[in-house]
Design a protein around this ligand. Structure first.
Ligand code: KMH
Ligand code: ZN
Length: 292
């Protein structure tokens, strides 16, 4: 007597260990003030120190916003270029510059971010209410930014704050073709007041609408950080964490530094049996070429 029952014959082949988890750290953002959040990295030294700690904790990508001498958000090209160089010098992380900037930044300076020649950049696929503000991303800007990423050989990460942004992503790919590197990677930014909510049902709906073959991370803003992490891991996604997205580690407990957010994400990824990817594995996944 064998155990080759019809049920056993129909069972899928055992899977080897699944792919790892890409962890992106977004350490600073443009919204929090240093005076209110002293642990926020705002100088180049603070950013590089955080970056090294986060790489050691399991991050493979760093999503970068920078600040000026007064710790205010800036898109100053000289500072951006120095930041890219310093992060490359001190870490193996994929350097992804924000092209979103702050809600007050104009389209010209946001396009000029690519002059700093990062490995990768964020590319938001639509306008969204952003608390009391508006994060403006009209179609002509999205199209021009995407065309520029292709021209400059910068790998875009498509930031999706709302389900409608996914329709724009399809339009972009249909009109202009595949991104540099050939791979589509998205980040679901959930829980922004004005964008899609940060919960499992919305995440599953968003993922089902993504282009075939796309990979994705998810980010839960504020108190949605932890539920979105669990939802993303259970649905096969990757993670973005950092003080851009949440400054509370738990209710009433401020974040002491970005590394503890990456450590928590890495621990959950280990529990999910999809350990953090190394930067070289992330480069292969995302189609990021060697250092220029
Ligand atoms: N600071 C937000 C207005 C991005 O980096 O591309 C936009 C943002 C998105 O953070
Ligand atoms: Zn950002």
């Amino acid at each position: 007597m064998t155990n080759h029952t019809p049920a056993a014959a129909a069972a899928p082949a055992a899977k080897t260990a699944g792919p790892g988890t890409l962890i992106t750290v977004a350490p600073t953002g443009a919204e929090s003030q240093k005076s209110a959040v002293p642990a926020l990295p705002v100088t180049l030294d603070e950013l590089v120190t955080t970056a090294k700690e986060c790489q050691a904790a399991g991050a493979a990508v760093i999503h970068v916003h920078i600040r000026d001498e007064q710790a205010q958000p800036t898109l100053d090209l000289g500072r951006l270029t120095d930041t890219v160089a310093a992060l490359r010098e001190s870490t193996d992380l994929i350097v992804q510059l924000s092209t979103g900037g702050a809600v007050t930044d104009g389209f010209g300076p946001r396009l000029a971010v690519l002059d700093a020649a990062p490995d990768a950049c964020s590319l938001t696929c639509g306008t969204v209410n952003f608390g009391d503000e508006v994060f403006s991303n009209p179609w002509p800007f999205i199209r021009d930014l995407y065309a520029l990423t292709r021209e400059r050989g910068v790998v875009p990460e498509f930031e999706l704050f709302d389900l409608g942004h996914i329709a724009t992503l399809h339009r972009l790919l249909g009109d202009l073709g595949a991104p540099h590197g050939g791979h589509i990677h998205c980040d679901l930014v959930m829980g922004v007041p004005g964008g899609m909510p940060g919960n499992a049902a919305t995440l599953v709906q968003a993922v089902s609408a993504l282009p075939p073959g796309a990979t994705w991370s998810a980010t839960g803003i504020g108190r949605t950080s932890v539920p979105v992490m669990f939802a993303a891991l259970s649905a096969g996604g990757h993670l973005r964490v950092g003080m851009e997205d949440t400054v509370s580690f738990a209710r009433g407990r401020p974040v002491t530094g970005n590394a503890e957010l990456v450590e928590r994400a890495a621990a959950l990824a280990e529990l999910a049996q999809r350990p953090p990817m190394r930067p070289d594995e992330a480069r292969a996944l995302l189609g990021v070429n060697g250092r220029r």
